[in-house]
Design a protein around this ligand. Structure first.
Ligand code: 5AD
Ligand code: SF4
Ligand code: FES
Length: 350
């Protein structure tokens, strides 16, 4: 049963002025009654910026020769995990450029397994390491990863091929199949899109929301598109909405999705903070309930610039922890420490 039609979604996404304020207010009330004024944390580890792909929007794309490639050592990963526990972050998110050689996939298996063991199974682990075979996804699940984030980027096939090279490595259907495989394997699965892409319309965005609903995902991470100078998509940067419009569009997407899928986990993406200093707070007030403070050792952060001017690049994990506490208190939200913060959309289904 869908309480909202596609036209309703388009109306929400087009709202202005008072209607726009009311939309966010309604979403905040739905979140309060379903989840509470709470935010869960995922300590983010940007494991490696080595990537076999060439997504036309991404600063970490294989074709970008202007960055140094790195991979954290095992010890660095375990230090991040220890820090997460010390700071009371109940869950980790391990993100990486996409690689599908067994040296990489086996390494992730080992890191997941050892981290779970080291934390006595107290840390939750979300992986975000791109498209993989069913076998690899199963191997990582068996090692202890229980959540997986794979953004579809856009659910519109035509737009997908405008922002990706048209070749077998960037196949739209393969990505959809990968999401389905993750769901079938039992992962708490998340997806998401970028908002404010060149050539993207309100109708595309409404269809993205329906795509999330049809797949019945447990988590969504979506954020504004930020053009990167060293990428092919930069040539269209004059076609993207201005900062204020993109921020509002992002908040409308978050608020509308909270109405559509009241129980899911939704990230207040760091990219929001690139647009506005209080961008993440605004996202939380529009219905988001997850924040991903960065744990990556500082010397690597500048090499993981998927988009320019990323927030917190110069800040130490301790600073972010302290900063977030203040930021959430300022908007009357409580940070929940030492819990996995599973999506109710998943736990109530299981
Ligand atoms: N602006 C915003 N988000 C981006 N991503 C990649 N490039 C950009 C960009 N230029 C997002 C994609 C990807 C995630 C790792 O980062 O959605 O899935
Ligand atoms: Fe690689 Fe992901 Fe960037 Fe695409 S978006 S180039 S898969 S890191
Ligand atoms: Fe990183 Fe505020 S969250 S400095």
């Amino acid at each position: 049963m869908n309480p909202y039609t596609r036209d309703d979604l388009i109306t929400f996404l087009s709202s202005q002025g008072n209607d726009y304020e009311q939309l966010k207010q309604r979403a905040l009330e739905v979140k309060k009654s379903e989840i509470g004024n709470k935010v869960f944390l995922r300590g983010l580890i940007e494991y490696s910026n080595i990537c076999r792909k060439n997504c036309l929007y991404c600063g970490v794309r294989k074709g970008n020769k202007n960055i140094l490639r790195y991979e954290l050592t095992d010890d660095e990963v375990y230090q991040c995990a220890d820090l997460a526990m010390k700071l009371g972050y109940g869950s980790l998110a391990i993100q990486s450029g996409e690689r599908n050689d067994s040296k990489f996939t086996d390494k992730i298996t080992e890191l997941v397994y050892q981290t779970k063991k080291r934390s006595n199974n107290t840390l939750g682990i979300t992986l975000s390491c791109g498209e993989q075979s069913e076998e690899v996804y199963r191997q990582w699940f068996d090692a202890g990863a229980h959540r997986y984030l794979l953004r579809i980027e856009t659910s519109n096939e035509e737009l997908y091929y405008k922002i990706h090279p048209q070749d077998a490595t960037h196949d739209f259907q393969t990505r959809i199949n990968a999401l389905q495989t993750l769901i079938n394997l039992g992962y708490q699965t998340g997806t998401g899109v970028m908002i404010g892409l060149p050539f993207q319309t309100i109708e595309h965005l409404a269809d993205d929301l329906l795509f999330f609903q049809n797949l019945n995902v447990a988590m969504v991470g979506m954020g504004p598109f930020i053009a990167h100078q060293d990428t092919p998509l930069w040539q269209y940067h004059t076609l993207i909405p201005d900062i204020e419009t993109r921020m509002q569009l992002t908040l409308k997407m978050i608020a509308t999705l909270r109405l559509l899928m009241p129980k899911i986990n939704m990230v207040a993406a760091t990219a929001n903070q690139t647009l506005y200093e209080d961008g993440r707070e605004q996202a939380v007030l529009a219905g988001a309930n997850i924040i991903m403070p960065n744990l990556t050792p500082n010397q690597y952060r500048e090499q993981y610039l998927i988009y320019p001017d990323k927030a917190c690049v110069g800040d130490k994990p301790m600073q972010c922890s302290f900063c977030l506490k203040g930021r959430m208190a300022s908007i009357n939200h409580e940070i929940i420490y030492n819990q996995w913060g599973d999506s109710k959309a998943y736990t109530e289904k299981a």
